[in-house]
Write a protein that binds this ligand. Structure first.
Ligand code: MG
Length: 267
């Protein structure tokens, strides 16, 4: 095998929503409604997980659970997670459409990948109704993956590889090693690795920096460079085979991976 057959992209922070802002706004508001203030770092740490798992993980953080006990005179329990997840869905749906702009260059990248004969898949931590909003918005801007799955479709989300494996099956890939998974969080990287795929991190446009394009551009150059290096390092530490600054810079990575495949290497 010396050719790749598919690329599987994450959504927020990878192909649209520069800075992955929509999920942070929704999760922050969800906890604020329970009088629990969260920092951006609290929200971003486990970004990429299925949203219900993400809410649970935040509640488990010691300072969050202490704040909860202070406020509600008891520890958070499973039924709180259920109730918060129900409340989260409409909150997220409201915010989603305002943050569905494609990252610059994504449509062009998709065209180039298709020209190479690659199929395009997509996975997410969002639910199906949320994913459907993104699919509609992305299609209007010219980006239409061949298959987009969410955790609801396969019984669970990242870091499990199930969405990627279902896509591999549906695309009839000759091997999971013929696919590249691209995403902006450590849980994206783990998902790709767990699926036996090449895993590529996206640093500048994603969750690990967590700023809009204009906020990032407004930073002093040293600060910007420091944050970018931090984001790259966090994705490498998660095991990424490659880290690029934004998805449209993927082409040379595709070339390199095909070279490694031809040499008999596997992810
Ligand atoms: Mg993302």
């Amino acid at each position: 095998m010396n050719r790749l057959e598919a690329v599987i992209f994450d959504w927020a922070g990878t192909t649209l929503d520069f800075g992955s802002l929509a999920p942070v706004r929704a999760v922050t508001r969800l906890f604020a409604n329970r009088s629990i203030p969260l920092s951006d770092a609290d929200v971003r740490r486990d970004m990429g997980l299925f949203k219900k798992d993400h809410i649970r993980r935040i509640l488990e953080r010691p300072h969050v659970s202490a704040a909860w006990r202070n406020r509600h005179s008891r520890a958070p329990v499973d039924s709180d997670v259920d109730a918060m997840f129900r409340e989260f869905t409409p909150l997220q749906m409201e915010i989603l459409e305002e943050h569905a702009q494609l990252i610059a260059g994504v449509t062009g990248l998709a065209g180039r990948l298709r020209q190479r004969g690659l199929k395009l898949g997509a996975t997410t931590g969002y639910t199906r109704p949320m994913l459907d909003v993104l699919l509609t918005q992305a299609a209007e801007q010219g980006y239409r993956p061949d298959l987009a799955l969410c955790p609801d479709d396969v019984g669970g989300g990242r870091p499990y590889p199930w969405m990627c494996l279902r896509i591999a099956l549906s695309f009839q890939l000759s091997s999971t090693a013929a696919a590249v998974k691209v995403g902006d969080t450590p849980s994206d990287i783990e998902e790709g690795l767990n699926a036996g795929m090449w895993s590529v991190g996206v640093a500048e446009t994603g969750n690990q920096i967590g700023l809009s394009a204009s906020d990032l551009a407004a930073l002093p150059i040293d600060d910007r460079r420091r944050r970018l290096e931090g984001a790259r390092e966090s994705l490498r530490a998660a095991g990424a085979h490659y880290v690029v600054d934004s998805a449209p810079e993927l082409d040379p990575v595709i070339e390199q991976i095909e070279g490694r495949l031809a040499a008999g290497e596997r992810p």
